[in-house]
Design a protein around this ligand. Structure first.
Ligand SMILES: Nc1ncnc2c1ncn2[C@@H]1O[C@H](COP(=O)(O)OP(=O)(O)O)[C@@H](O)[C@H]1O
Ligand SMILES: NC(=O)c1ccc[n+]([C@@H]2O[C@H](COP(=O)(O)O)[C@@H](O)[C@H]2O)c1
Length: 539
């Protein structure tokens, strides 16, 4: 699971985990409120029910199980989240903490310390119950078989994970089984969609929290084994999970550890819906330790609408609280966008209408050449993946700004030659630039005024602005060379736009703001008139 992976990396960084049985979870209450369904075996007839799972057989000696060492950063085996293609340079280790977002009200770090370490004890009898009854949330769907057994009023299921047999206390995890559900299939074949709804996890303040989580985790792992035939994806619903229900590091670590190689390999995508600040931060911090291969499997999805665009939702059960969470977020986002509208309306932004306006101007102006900033994007494989999981297209580093500058300088040095090289017809008779000839270069782009060497060269600077909703609408109909992945607009494009706009304004660069909601004609007339006047004044 993505969170698992992420948390593991974090754990490697700064979280100490203890694996001992000194603070062993308290024995469970004897009474379960559930009718005994079978005769307990001799071993099962113990005075207190097991509070953990048996690994070595029926011996009762209490002993500390040493957790297998999983030094993820050293494991480069197939299916590992690591690969050879990371840590190429020491620079990869640089983490700019300033770049990391601050948590919003739905995020919390508190669950880091919720004491979810897993302790193990094997003084339990061998489990004999197989195929135990479950409820509707039970993915095994094997309710009511006579193979099942109940001891001390509990229901047990034995599962084999790897080569080990484990016992799951179904009674205790019954209320939480909904954490993992089958969400149908995607693509061709039996590619399963596994939905993990974190909101259904138990509260960490429950008396038997550790015991429940221990059993729940075996349930989750064994469910995966059962449900996954071919490739699969996990949809991790992170929204609406109060911090007291966030899974602890130890639990996640064990989940990761117990997922076998086949499952890791067949995992094709990990979609994190409503990603919290914590998850994104953990990934940012962990970047040096996570393979690009794994990073590429993670996809953040900020809304359920975006999720719908990615996978068939017919069988995906979205908990009510997640639906409500989504609604509240949409409402809050709308309110924030409205607050920002005053400023945003005067912003130059993607899909503000730059190209449309430019195309009309170059047709109307004499000896007019054009430079499109979009032509200076670096190749896709050179675009960094940010801590938000997105390729960082909307930053200066993704553009060959020096090459753009050289192009502009080439025009300045010899606009006639430049025009000819670029197939632009120049005024009849011109072979070299003369003071009588008027030449115009229009440069259009979404990130021009944050690059000082260029800004200084302009005679006129315009800034087209459209509000958030309109910008998002226009963008959604646009086809870029590299199509926008779901969530890019809200997760990267718009935040970068706001950041750059602020930087530009702080730098004091002088621009003429244009309202991109005006008609194409209005915009054209306004700018054409300006340039015309400017040219008249120059001549
Ligand atoms: N003034 C306008 N009013 C409404 N739609 C516009 C206007 N100008 C451009 N558009 C539309 O907006 C989309 C983006 O325009 P475009 O000129 O490519 O934007 P940019 O170059 O700023 O990204 C296109 O579908 C275009 O037809
Ligand atoms: N032209 C490309 O190769 C390419 C690739 C990916 C994203 N983009 C997008 O192009 C946008 C800038 O161009 P516009 O101002 O024309 O929309 C950026 O927001 C960026 O996300 C362009």
């Amino acid at each position: 699971m993505g969170t698992t992976e992420a948390t593991l990396r974090m754990e490697n960084v700064d979280v100490k985990e203890e694996w001992q049985d000194e603070d062993f979870p308290r024995p469970l209450p004897e009474e379960t409120g559930m009718e005994s369904l079978g005769s307990p075996t001799e071993d099962e007839n113990t005075s207190s029910p097991p509070n953990t799972l048996n690994f070595n057989g029926a011996h009762r000696k209490r002993k500390t199980l040493v957790a297998p060492e999983i030094n993820i950063s050293l494991d480069q085996s197939e299916g590992s989240i690591l690969s050879d293609d990371f840590l190429d340079t020491p620079d990869d280790l640089d983490i700019n903490v300033d770049d990391i977002e601050t948590p919003d009200e739905t995020d919390s770090l508190e669950f880091l310390g919720n004491g979810n370490e897993l302790e193990w004890e094997d003084d339990t009898p061998v489990a004999t119950a197989k195929n135990m009854p479950g409820d509707s949330a039970d993915l095994f769907g094997d309710g009511g078989t006579e193979d099942g057994s109940a001891t001390n009023g509990r229901l047990w299921r034995t599962v084999i994970i790897g080569e080990q047999e484990h016992r799951i206390d179904l009674q205790m995890i019954k209320p939480y089984m909904r954490v993992v559900t089958h969400g149908g299939y995607y693509g061709e074949g039996l590619n399963a969609i596994i939905v993990f709804a974190a909101c259904y996890l138990p509260d960490s303040n429950l008396a038997d929290y550790h015991y429940i989580m221990e059993n729940l985790f075996l349930y989750v792992i064994s469910s995966l084994e059962l449900l996954v035939a071919e490739d699969y994806m996990i949809v991790y619903l992170n929204g609406a999970t109060p911090r007291r229900r966030m899974p602890g590091l130890g639990w996640l670590k064990k989940c990761y550890q117990m997922i076998d190689r086949r499952l890791r390999k067949n995992l094709k995508a990990l979609i994190i819906v409503h990603p919290s600040w914590f998850i994104r931060t953990v990934l940012a911090i962990s970047r040096p330790f996570i393979s690009v291969k794994f990073i590429n499997k993670i996809q953040y999805v900020h809304t359920l609408e975006e999720l719908e665009q990615l996978i068939p939702m017919e069988h995906v059960q979205i908990p009510d609280c997640v639906l409500q969470y989504e609604e509240e977020r949409i409402k809050a986002r709308k309110e924030r966008a409205e607050e920002k509208q005053d400023m945003a309306e005067r912003e130059s932004v993607t899909n503000g209408g730059k190209t449309t306006l430019t195309n009309r101007l170059i047709k109307a102006l004499p000896n007019c050449c054009v430079v499109h900033q979009d032509d200076f994007f670096k190749p896709q494989d050179q675009i960094q993946v940010g801590e938000d999981g997105f390729k960082q297209w909307d930053v200066l580093e993704s553009l060959e700004m020096e090459a753009l500058l050289s192009t502009v300088q080439a025009w300045r040095e010899n606009p006639v030659k430049f025009a000819r090289c670029h197939g632009v017809a120049v005024t009849a008779g011109s072979t070299e630039p003369t003071c009588q000839d008027v030449h115009v270069l229009v440069i259009e782009g979404f990130l021009l005024y944050n690059y000082k060497p260029l800004t200084e060269l302009f005679d006129l600077r315009y800034y087209l602005a459209v509000p958030y909703d309109e910008c998002k609408r226009r963008r959604s109909t646009r086809n870029y060379t590299v199509p926008d992945p779901p969530g890019l607009f809200d997760g990267h494009v718009w935040p970068m736009y706001l950041k750059h706009r602020k930087e530009m304004e702080d730098s004091g660069v002088d621009v003429v703001y244009l309202d991109g909601l005006k008609s194409r004609d209005e915009l054209y007339n306004q700018v054409f008139e300006d340039i015309h006047n400017k040219l008249l004044n120059c001549s």
